[in-house]
Write a protein that binds this ligand. Sequence first.
Ligand code: PHE
Ligand code: NA
Length: 454
Amino acid sequence: MQRETWATRTGFVLAAVGSAIGLGNIWRFPYVTYENGGGAFLLPYLIALFTAGIPLLIFEFAIGHKYRGSAPLALRRISEKWEWLGWWPVLVSFVITLYYTVVIAWAVSYAWFALTQAWGADTKGFFFGSYLGLPDTFWPTGGLQPSVAIALILVWIASFLIMVRGVSEGIERANKIFMPLLLVLMLIITLRGITLPGAVEGLNHLFTPDWSKLFDGKVWLAAYGQIFFSLSVGLGVMITYASYLPKKADLTNNAFITALANSGFSLLAALGVFGAIGFMAQAQGVPVNEVAAGGVGLAFIVFPQILNSFPALGGLFGFLFFVALVVAGMSSLISLVNVVAQSVADKFGISYKQAVIGVHVVAFLGSLLFATKAGLIYLDIVDHFINNYGIALIGLAEVVAVFWIWKIFGPLADHADSVSDFRVSRPWLLLSAGILTPILLTVMAWKALAADLA
Ligand code: PHE
Ligand code: NA
């Protein structure tokens, strides 16, 4: 079967950047930075970027390009007996789509709520009570929550309409619209955030380094975790995207562009979000750290509160913010769905289109669990295990296999060099990705496990 290719050189980079930039940049990066020493976190973050993020990106691009397949097919071509390892990221990607779509659905609803000012003064009660309909019990699920389910259906329909057109007509064209749109939205949001009264306080808080945190192992682990999740490495996403590249394509260059665009975008988002948090602190006369709650709460509870007290046009900025979340989320979602669809198509000899239809039906049904009244409870649990074990363990397996089991580190680097303008440094790859990263990842998984068992 003829494999589709990207129509243009920028199409691939935009798709890779689209996958990388996601919900993780807009709400996760700001609060992870804040919780891990503010300005001091940037050092471990940059070290993680250059010792693990970029090397893995280069390897994943090289694997996909050299072996021309989704993760399972590429691994089968490396060695028959390792194909099963390639199905692991496919399974994790599939599970992530089930709740990633639900968070995008919340953002769709909230874009609408922003315009209609639907959340009122009690934004917490609105989110957990009126919107999610969270029950006191874990089981039974309490049935579908219609407000969430309707938005979820819209998200899946949008994903289907993009993907059924295939790689270049669907994914590539969508990202060519999504990425410029997202950049414009984010520039508007950031400019507004940093020019709000009190913004400086928030930015001070974000960037005042707490140097003592540098000696805290958890901070380093958080930095590596954020880099893996944020760059979409370890899930076969970048392997699959690179498998659609034409023969000549500068892999190394594209890896650097993707990584820098992703981090630049994270920085932009952090500025905007913390500017707004500083504004909120000043308006309410409370310290900044009392406003800066993390995770789900930041986007869907704290942000609506901030918008409520906006000097002007709060509804419009709220709308733009949630639309930015939707766009960032959709471009990451299609990269995850693509991993599953392409892997199934590669394995069972059905067409890409048939695989896309099948994956959408099954994943839609699965995602309904997270659109029930108890959905948030399940979402928290599944997300915790995916983040702590799923992604880190696959990343660990990947570097150990490349360097120490298959020993294809040299050939992969040669392959990247053969299509690139510049040569990647072998000592850098070996020391950082081959030695340091496996040690750190082992510690990360071990510590997370110990904390869960305690
Ligand atoms: N990188 C995306 C983000 O930052 C999340 C993601 C992870 C997407 C893995 C695809 C694969 O939100
Ligand atoms: Na990201």
